[in-house]
Design a protein around this ligand. Sequence first.
Ligand SMILES: *[C@@H]1O[C@H](CO)[C@@H](O)[C@H](O)[C@H]1NC(C)=O
Ligand SMILES: *[C@@H]1O[C@H](CO)[C@@H](O)[C@H](O)[C@H]1NC(C)=O
Ligand SMILES: *[C@@H]1O[C@H](CO)[C@@H](O)[C@H](O)[C@H]1NC(C)=O
Ligand SMILES: *[C@@H]1O[C@H](CO)[C@@H](O)[C@H](O)[C@H]1NC(C)=O
Length: 414
Amino acid sequence: MSSKHTSTIFVYLILLTFLLLFIYSTILPLYSPSPTSAQSSKLPFKQFTSDPTKTRSPFCNFFQGHWVLPNLTYKPLYDETCPFHRNAWNCLKNKRDNMERINSWRWVPEDCDSPQINLVKFLSLMRNKRIGFVGDSLNENFLVSFLCILRVADSGARKWKRKGAWRGGYFPKFNVTVAYHRAVLLAKYKWQPVKHPNLSNQGGLAGIYRVDIDIPADDWMEVTKFYDVLVFNTGHWWGLDKFPKETPLVFYKEGQPILPSLGTLAGLKVVLESMVSFIQREVPHGTLKLWRLQSPRHFYGGEWNQNGSCLLDNPLGEGQVETWFDPSNGGVNREARQVNHLIKAALQETNIQLLDLTHLSEFRADAHPAIWLGKKDAVSIWGQDCMHWCLPGLPDTWVDILSKTIIYNLENRL
Ligand SMILES: *[C@@H]1O[C@H](CO)[C@@H](O)[C@H](O)[C@H]1NC(C)=O
Ligand SMILES: *[C@@H]1O[C@H](CO)[C@@H](O)[C@H](O)[C@H]1NC(C)=O
Ligand SMILES: *[C@@H]1O[C@H](CO)[C@@H](O)[C@H](O)[C@H]1NC(C)=O
Ligand SMILES: *[C@@H]1O[C@H](CO)[C@@H](O)[C@H](O)[C@H]1NC(C)=O
């Protein structure tokens, strides 16, 4: 089957999915319990709606499209002086090569207007609201881009770090709070020496990382009712390099190890199911819940600790993307799509919306910090960074799409 043909089918599948979600979301409120007092203080977001006055399909798909390089050099909204930067991703300050070109590529979605953020419209609609990110450093990367962009419309922005947030910002002009809660596996986990008799026969263990699949990490457990929009992710910590076999992840349920022990991906599956059900139970109905899919890595020629490299001048082409990421090709970066597959399965029949930023990011092998990490010995110690993204850079496009998604949901509120 040609890839053109495949993508046409894909588009129909997406449309069908949205249709089903729409039907589901219009039926659901009839059967949901009446809101509690904690929930009724919030204006509910309606998930999807049909508006007969709109001619354009409301189900614009920002996630399929292509990258173009216009003649004009595009100037990013912020620079290296943004106070929310994290040094390792501040590629302008670290004098990364190619930054002008990296930021000139534009994402053009199929059949949609350009998704570029309208700052004043967005912040005005978000007045008195709070947006929370929960997950790993790729969500932090997303957050830093978001804070630096929003700050353009409110120079009085200041750092905000409460309620267990790892970092965040407050925008006084609009009374908007945006913060990130670090919870790399979403579930609670901690290191412990091996003392469980049923695990000791594995031999050679230095200790285990105990993951309580039914307990969310403390960092976000208490904030489910604090935010009006929540953006979840998890992914990069479910690889072998974070938890090698000497100190594996061991999954616990109701305080007991799950036996026989689960492998990492099987563990991810049960954690996702349990966290999704926690979110469905605990997050108020009116909160907009989004789940951003995996951010792809681009290590070429080896893993991060085997001199894997991403010194590319341009985005990958369509065919290259398949070679790098199709699991059947066994490349070093194949786990992104495997992880996504499990996430999509876990989110079925929920009202958590997918923010499928994976495919558009798969092209951008050129946009990582690579060797420009701002520290002299960083590359020899940690290797290149082909996982996080330069700022300004690709995450600014994620922000554009996030802002459109939030606005769309707000404007179609019940
Ligand atoms: C881009 O620039 C080239 C050379 O300056 C010019 O010939 C071409 O017409 C431009 N294309 C567009 C789309 O503006
Ligand atoms: C700011 O927004 C919060 C909710 O995010 C609200 O509780 C508070 O009253 C607002 N403050 C003002 C001054 O409007
Ligand atoms: C160890 O496993 C055995 C057999 O599965 C079970 O009967 C026993 O309760 C387990 N021990 C603990 C401490 O969980
Ligand atoms: C990485 O590159 C360095 C310097 O070129 C070399 O000494 C080392 O053996 C390489 N490591 C691997 C795992 O290939």
